[in-house]
Write a protein that binds this ligand. Structure first.
Ligand code: F6R
Length: 609
């Protein structure tokens, strides 16, 4: 995720660009930049760090001009730096672009353009777009942009600016958001409504494949073939705060809802074109070296630790390598058995959790190779690890982690498949079958999110209970742990997860009439055993909400309510069953009037031991 803005009009561009970017910082904040055309040249100012650093750099010398674009970055290709900050220009400086998304085929385009004599300044994927338009430019701005779009693959929202066309900006999008704000004698472009809401409430919400030529007093929207489209004006009636949350009441809900896109972005570029294999270019080691690991340690905290538990299951099941999982705050105090044949996998959304970072350093000291699964490019953990797999979930603002968890699962599943391929522990047919099912997951998460009403009802009905239990076996137990953590941290309800088979070893004593038990029953090999545990709690008059796969006709006979998720392989089903649990926690917290995005005593990034 990044934030982009554009201005064309009678007024000065820079004040709007900076004001707009400040409203988009939630989309990314590792560097920022603006480009303003002053009538002779395009002045580009950029700075690593938050927008405040750019403001400081610009100081009182605000660039003058009525045409401009700006960007606040959440790094994907190329670490945060002045050089990698947007806007990016072509060789001549005549064309400047800002981009949100990923140009998947940038490497081959870059090679081609370098061969033609183009000079690149940054490590970004975006810069190819600036050089590409320089390369294909035929005197007509719009037709040149169309030619660029024919060459690039991936996800993007893009704004193009050229000093050859000082009265207009061209913008377009594919799989990333873009809006145009309609003003009087001026028009605005932005990734999202918060950036423009201070200037106008009249907007066009751009759709994939649409291209807009935006001038100060006209906006022409065409499709990729050049056909002019008529669009309806959308009047925004949200307040500024709601706009920042995409119209949702809280970041947590927004981030839960973003999961289909987040997991799609995690997979992007990591599946071979024919869908038969996994691409992990980020792993620096060759396949023979990867084969030499005889143990994997997964170390993390909180939700990331829960993701690690699922990761263990994936890697052991698919790649047949022994995996130990540990919480980072325990790991380094137990004199762990680690050597150069150990791969240390640290999982951390923020990449800054101090216990996880310390564990990573300790593993390195003991000779292990280290691999980070993180969401934040250039974070301490990303810098320290020998190799990094980024989740590409975009910034997670709510303290309670949601999209980070699902994207971590996706990445560890893909890593397990990749290792299975190398170690030949699964047949090519099975790998292809799992990849096919993986590709369905974004849509299936979307389906799971499409009807939240039953979950709201349960949350209202059971939100005032002081204790809630979560049970499951195998992968269902791992998801139960995450469900319970979500509920306790945002709603302050005492929630515990148990391996269903463990109940009778003590916890069953707590199950009395009316206690809510959330029972996950999706794993075929232990299904009957889970049913018998459910019967145990029902016999003590618990109220049981079952979580099952579509088509399960059995579970409803033994529980009070059932929530179903779409069918998939049981390895992938945690990606779906966690979603109702996240929603239950969210609506439970709402029922109790809790401050969902900022739960008491908790911080988003735990940088102290
Ligand atoms: C729970 C939650 C925390 C984090 C944990 C690790 O919702 O967000 O448990 O998962 O603090 O944080 P990262 O992943 O940033 O290392």
């Amino acid at each position: 995720m990044c934030g982009i803005v554009g201005y064309v009009g009678n007024g000065q561009a820079a004040p709007f660009l900076l004001e707009g970017l400040s409203k988009l910082e939630y989309r990314g904040y590792d560097s920022a930049g603006i480009a303003v055309y002053d009538g002779q040249i395009v002045n580009v100012d950029k700075s690593v760090g938050r927008l405040a650093a750019l403001r400081e750099k610009i100081g009182k010398d605000m660039p003058q001009g009525t045409l401009g674009i700006g960007h606040t970055r959440w790094a994907t290709h190329g670490r945060p730096s002045d050089r990698n900050a947007h806007p990016h220009a072509d060789c001549s400086g005549d064309f400047v672009v800002v981009h949100n998304g990923i140009i998947e085929n940038y490497l081959s385009l870059k090679e081609e353009l370098i061969e033609k004599g183009h000079h690149f300044q940054s490590e970004t994927d975006t810069e190819v777009v600036a050089h590409l338009i320089e390369d294909v430019y035929d005197g007509d701005f719009l037709s040149s942009v169309r030619k660029v779009l024919q060459r690039i693959e991936g996800s993007y929202s893009l704004v193009f600016m050229s000093k050859k066309h000082p009265d207009e900006l061209i913008c377009t999008k594919q799989d990333n958001p873009l809006v145009i704000g309609l003003g009087e004698g001026e028009n605005f472009i932005a990734s999202d409504i918060p950036a423009i809401i201070g200037r106008t409430r009249q907007t066009f919400i751009m759709a994939d494949g649409e291209i807009a030529t935006v001038k100060k007093d006209s906006i022409k929207i065409t499709d990729r073939s050049g056909n002019v489209l008529k669009k309806k004006v959308f009047t925004v009636n949200w307040n500024a705060e709601a706009a920042e949350k995409g119209g949702y009441e809280h970041f947590m809900l927004k981030e839960i809802m973003e999961q289909p896109k987040a997991v799609r972005d995690t997979m992007r570029e990591r599946i071979t074109k024919d869908g038969s294999g996994i691409v992990m270019n980020e792993l620096k080691w060759d396949k023979e070296y990867l084969k030499s690991f005889n143990k994997i340690y997964i170390v993390a905290c909180g939700t990331a630790y829960h993701a690690g538990l699922v990761g263990k299951y994936y890697i052991e099941k698919l790649a047949r390598i022994l995996v130990e999982v540990d919480v980072a705050s325990e790991f380094r105090y137990r004199d762990p058995i680690i050597d150069e044949k150990t791969l240390m996998l640290v999982v951390s959304q923020s990449g800054e959790t101090s216990d996880t970072l310390a564990a990573l350093k300790e593993a390195k000291r003991r000779g292990a190779k280290t691999l980070a699964v993180t969401n934040v490019v250039g974070s301490s953990i990303a810098r320290e690890a020998d190799a990094v797999l980024y989740t590409w979930a975009g910034p997670e603002i709510a303290v309670a982690s949601t999209k980070a968890y699902t994207t971590q699962l996706i990445l560890m599943f893909m890593l397990a498949l990749y290792m299975a391929e190398i170690l030949e522990t699964q047949t090519p047919t099975r790998i292809k079958e799992l990849i096919d099912l993986l590709k369905n997951i974004p849509g299936q998460i979307g389906e799971t999110l499409s009807d939240t009403e039953p979950i709201k009802t349960f949350a209202k009905r059971y939100g005032f209970n002081e204790d809630v239990f979560y049970i499951g076996r195998s992968l269902d137990y791992d998801v139960a742990l995450e469900g319970a953590l979500k509920l306790k941290e945002v709603s302050y309800i005492h929630a515990e997860a148990y391996a269903a088979g463990e109940l009778k070893h003590g916890t069953l004593a707590l199950i009395v009439e009316g206690v809510p038990v959330i029972a996950l029953a999706t794993q075929k090999s232990v299904y009957e055993k889970t049913l018998s545990n459910i019967k145990e709690v029902k016999a003590r008059d618990a109220v049981v909400i079952g979580i099952a796969a579509d088509g399960d006709e059995e579970l409803i006979k033994y529980v009070d309510h059932v929530i179903t998720v779409p069918q998939t392989d049981e390895l992938l089903i945690p990606l779906l069953t966690v979603v109702p649990l996240q929603l239950l926690a969210y609506y439970g917290a709402i029922t109790r009037g809790c401050d969902v995005d900022k739960p008491r005593n908790l911080a988003k990034s735990v940088t102290v031991e």
